[in-house]
Design a protein around this ligand. Structure first.
Ligand code: PMP
Length: 397
């Protein structure tokens, strides 16, 4: 049994000693004291189905025994290896990652977070091309550090700081985008933007293949292929941000960019690679392979998406169900034709789902998208429970 401080005591201390910009989920924030695979437990021992930890880092499951064992054994021997000396784990891990990559994506740089990875990728693109301008999509999230904040194009995460030359092009969003799923017209906007808004040369282009923070938005099919050609012709480097889409989560493919049939010049990753640590070990890759998690994501994901689509027939508030594997978005609208974001309703349902023991993510500029990104050990039973709970909560609305 837990005998630490109560949620209220923690909150009070947090208010006193931690920065005021931190926010928390739920009107009465959760005090989580334990995690086991796809479940979290609060201080009273109440269990929650964690349908969101997949984004916050945990790919294999909370405290996965094999990952835990690898961490423990390594910690007993040596806690920190630096690249100024040799250590086999670093080169073994790089080799294992390279073996998962197509084309000549064979060289790895290790950093500590997604923001740092994107910052380094941007620096490399600028140094390699000799150009300054970077292109990213509206509704993108690429980090909150002082230079990646420029790539991020969601006003909720923007601050008035110098950003360098960054161009945000029209988002190829099949649900809300002005050109629907017409990749060619969105790609034309990139070409136009380069012609009108730059010297004709750019440093690079960066995109997530399914936007995470932006609300599980999958780019119009065929978009990246056309845009990569345009960007390369303008001297730029193509970067795929796989922080949220990598490691088999999409089910159909190991990397998100593969769903668009492209090979980027640089791929950035974080979070899921570490199962909770700033950077993980080989154990995470091993577990994902050994437990056949990519196939599992495809299987459970199609079941979940199928059930959510049936729920859409029943509840008008569900404007869109989208995603791949276990990276799923449910966008809520008050009017299907106008696609009016159901902001208040989403907030109510979010709390109700917590009461029913299911933790979801929220996203999109209007906070009207449920983001479902559980640890990859999430089962069909878990998916059924989630959908039944959502059905019940929506019926009560
Ligand atoms: N890229 C994407 C797509 C992300 O979702 C995030 C974090 N949510 C980042 C980059 C930044 O990663 P980090 O928080 O590790 O800096």
């Amino acid at each position: 049994p837990y005998n630490g401080p109560s949620a209220d005591q923690i909150l009070e201390k947090r208010k006193k000693f931690l920065g005021p910009s931190l926010f928390y989920y739920y009107q009465k924030p959760l005090n989580i004291v334990e995690g086991k695979m796809q479940y979290l437990y609060d201080e009273n021992g109440r269990r929650y189905l964690d349908a969101f930890a997949g984004i916050v880092t945990v790919s294999c499951g909370h405290c996965h025994p094999e990952v835990l064992n690898a961490i423990t054994e390594q910690n007993k021997l040596l806690q920190h290896a630096t690249t100024i000396y040799l250590h086999h784990a670093i080169s073994d891990f790089a080799e294992a990652l390279a073996s998962k990559m197509p084309g000549n994506l064979k060289v790895v740089y290790f950093v500590n977070s997604g923001s740092e990875a994107n910052e380094l990728a941007m620096l490399m693109a600028r140094l390699y091309s000799g150009n300054l301008g970077m292109i990213s999509l509206r509704n993108a999230y690429h980090g909150g550090s002082s230079s990646t904040i420029g790539l991020t194009a969601l006003n909720t995460w923007k601050y008035p700081i110098p950003e360098g030359e960054i161009h945000h092009v029209i988002n190829p969003d099949p649900f809300r985008g002005v050109f629907g799923s017409d990749a060619t017209r969105y790609a034309k906007d990139v070409q136009d933007h380069i012609e009108y808004g730059t010297s004709g040369k750019v440093a690079g282009f960066i995109a997530e293949t399914i936007q995470g923070v932006g609300g599980a938005v999958e780019l119009a099919p065929g978009y990246l292929k056309q845009v990569y050609d345009i960007v390369r012709k303008a001297g730029g480097v193509c970067i795929a941000d796989e922080v949220q889409t990598g490691f088999g989560r999409t089910g159909s493919h190991y990397w998100g960019f593969e769903t668009q049939g492209v090979i980027p010049d640089i791929v950035t990753m974080a979070k899921g690679i570490g199962n909770g640590l700033p950077l993980g070990g080989l154990a995470v890759l091993r577990v994902i392979d050994k437990e056949k998690r990519q196939a599992h994501c495809a299987d459970v994901g199609s079941h979940l998406i199928g059930r959510l689509r049936s729920l859409q027939d029943k509840h008008d508030i569900i404007g869109d169900v989208r995603g791949r594997g276990l990276m799923v978005g449910v966008e809520l609208v008050t009017d299907r034709k106008e696609k009016t974001p159901a902001k208040a309703e989403t907030a109510i349902l979010f709390e109700k789902m917590r009461e029913l023991g299911v933790l979801l993510g929220k996203g999109g500029l209007h906070g009207n998208v449920f983001r479902i990104k559980p640890p990859m050990c999430f089962t069909k039973d878990d998916a059924d429970y989630l959908v039944d709970a959502l059905d019940y909560a929506m019926s009560e609305l």
